[in-house]
Design a binder for this molecule. Structure first.
Ligand SMILES: [Zn+2]
Length: 376
């Protein structure tokens, strides 16, 4: 057994938690049993036993509910509190990519329900593809890549700009693409029917619903500065069903997509030559300045800088190409109160000196500066 095993255990736990949440959504009255979660728990406890945990955790927490109540609301570093210090030093625990993550779930109100955190989902998204394949966003990417370049841009933009659509919207889309099975499949992979009482989330634009423990949306970040929601803002989709983006699609397709479109609009406003998704999913935006200089931009919506670092590593760095500069752009608000965010990511980019991570606000400034220089 080694430290890779430990990372796999955590990956299965994260995957299992996400799966449980999905099962619960589909069948609220059945216990959401996830084999992956149990597999992850077994792997973690086996590691406890073998790698010198001084407690008796392997026996105490073997069943799912005692494991969850003991571990799942604690930051990952605290999962190792009762491990032998020498063992932890040997496996260089502090350098492990999972060590600095926050809790994978939090408890809502007085219920027995756990809600998966953004940290957990981001961690999961940085794992090997055999673990994340099968996710909704993965399936959607695999599908739209088969579209022609022109349709790719149109369909991707549509999905990003429409987190929620009516039956009528859907019909219009399907008739517009009547002869295009791939586009129709993509629509069906992206959206799910929704029939609950909801309001449009002021933070992300998705469907915010009222649970017994309070409002619930895409992630806990939506609730951070939630203004009071007036009564008339609530809509009842049970009488008039709508379609909304599936959660994973909203989070990993539409959220970074908003950045991409924001930058595209900025380029448009400054009359710059640019293209959105020029080689499908290789780059998000390519800007060609009047002196011939090319910048490539890849938008990333990760709250945790370490998740972004892992993702970059997994992708093998910024894609190669004929550009002067490459930029990973993150939402400015994700770096608020996290002064090290940009520095942490840039530290992993040292082998590509012309590639930097910047916020949305910073890339706009850089574009502005460049335009200023060109205009003399
Ligand atoms: Zn939201």
């Amino acid at each position: 057994m080694n430290v890779i095993h430990l990372q796999k255990a955590l990956a299965f736990i994260a995957k299992g938690l996400v799966e449980k949440e999905k099962l619960l959504k589909d069948a609220p009255n059945r216990y959401p049993y996830s084999r992956d979660l149990q597999r992850g728990i077994n792997m973690f406890l086996a590691a406890c036993l073998e790698l010198g945990c001084v407690g008796e955790n392997a026996f105490k927490y073997a069943d799912e509910s005692s494991f969850l109540s003991h571990y799942i609301c604690k930051p990952i570093c605290e999962w190792f509190d009762d491990w032998d210090k020498d063992v932890l030093q040997n496996i260089k625990i502090e350098e492990q990519p999972f060590y600095a993550y926050g809790p994978f779930a939090f408890k809502r109100g007085k219920t027995d329900l756990y809600t998966v955190t953004e940290e957990c989902v981001e961690f999961l998204n940085t794992q090997e593809s055999n673990i994340i394949e099968g996710t909704d966003e993965h399936a959607l990417y695999e599908k739209i890549i088969q579209l022609s370049q022109g349709d790719y841009v149109k369909v991707r933009k549509y999905i990003i700009e429409h987190p929620v659509i009516t039956i009528e919207d859907r019909r219009t889309f399907l008739s517009e693409y009547a002869d295009n099975t791939i586009a129709k499949d993509a629509l069906n992979l992206a959206y799910e029917q929704f029939e609950e009482r909801y309001t449009t989330c002021p933070a992300c634009g998705w469907t915010m619903v009222e649970k017994e423990y309070g409002p619930s949306c895409l992630s806990e970040y939506c609730l951070e500065h939630l203004p009071p929601i007036p009564n008339e803002a609530w809509k009842d989709a049970s009488s008039e069903p709508i379609y909304r983006l599936k959660k994973g699609v909203m989070r990993y397709f539409a959220q970074p997509g908003k950045l991409e479109i924001d930058i595209a609009r900025y380029c448009e406003k400054h009359a710059l030559e640019f293209s959105l998704w020029p080689y499908k999913d290789r780059f998000d935006i390519e800007i060609r300045f009047s002196d011939g200089e090319v910048w490539e931009i890849d938008a990333k919506a990760y709250h945790n800088a370490l998740s972004l670092c892992s993702k970059i590593k997994q992708d093998g760095g910024f894609p190669s190409g004929n550009y002067r500069y490459g930029f990973y752009v993150v939402p400015s608000e994700y770096t608020r109160n996290k002064i090290n965010y940009i520095a942490v990511v840039n530290k992993t980019l040292t082998s590509q000196p012309n590639v930097k991570c910047v916020t949305l606000a910073a890339i706009k400034k850089k574009i502005n500066k460049k335009v200023g220089e060109l205009n003399g």
